[in-house]
Ligand binder design. Sequence first.
Ligand code: PMP
Length: 369
Amino acid sequence: MSEASEQERRSGIDRIKPSVRRLGGYHLAEAHVPVKLNQNESPYDLPEPLKRRVLEEVAARSWNRYPGFVPSALVGAIAERHGCDPEGVLTGNGSNELIQAVLAVTVTPGAAVVVPEPTFSLYALLTEVHEGRVVPVPLRGDLSYEAAKFAETTRREEAVVVVICSPNNPTGSVVSREEVRRLHDGTDALIVVDHAYLEFGGEDAGELLDRCPRLVVLRTFSKAMGMAGLRAGYLLTSPELAREVAKAKLPYNLNIFTERAALAVLREPQALGEPVEALRAARDRIFRELEMLSGIHPYRSEANFVLFRVARDPVGHAELFRRLRDEHGVLIRDVSHYPMLDGCLRVSAGNGEETDAFLSATRTILEGS
Ligand code: PMP
């Protein structure tokens, strides 16, 4: 036995699946900057009175007891919001956890999972953890979805799951409800539609749940609902599929604090109306203003962020990213390593001041150099 493998054996690392050891893992470097526009969070915190009420409710409850086995009040409020059967609702510690649960109950070694390219990297990462086969379907050159290709690829590869992210992260592109319906009816895979950014644009595939039994819709409290720090998301599907996905979900995955906060937010949706409108307006303003800058090509987005390509002249994407952060304290996301996104950066819509700071710093860097 070679020394390296002896070392691997002693450390136990040789027990880790090769499919996992090959992966880079999901990672985001911490950075403390005044203007943080790199994670598509809402810049608007929840209203102070709502936060206080939730804190008081949680303080009044015993912390030594587990949460209810099913967070029924929250599940009921979600079912009411969508007019669906509560038995088809699952809540998660962020929608990430539910993506994981869906893939855990579907992906066997070698099974094909069809995903857009480029998209949120977690779908491919979790598929590979389960030794599935990621089959990417590229977006068009203008980064719009070519929906028909998904059905074709799903049939050819006999895929078990198709993931559609709409609006898509990091491009902001959308798939219509009719296209989701055709994909469902034209294949026999599970169709998972990740609607993390739906409040900002695009059509709700959730309205198809009654007629599309293999449809699974994912939603989150982390973006439009301003609760990223508390970790809450949910899944909508048929009661039959929900019962199976629930088997891969940890018991008591939603803590009592998150459950109460999510319920409070659903009961006070007016707290969210204005921020969502403001973020859509900020996104459109970012698009319009970037479009006027030479050397920058923004893509139309239906989400709360804008993707843009930076020409090499006068300042390349890496230099623009670095100078925004180091000279102006504005942190955005470098997505240039994604397939098809060479030279691309993504900026989240911020509040008025943050959006101003990003736009004016970008102008200064491009025009001043
Ligand atoms: N889906 C997409 C497309 C995302 O971009 C994100 C977060 N960046 C998530 C799901 C996960 O959201 P959460 O776990 O916070 O609900």
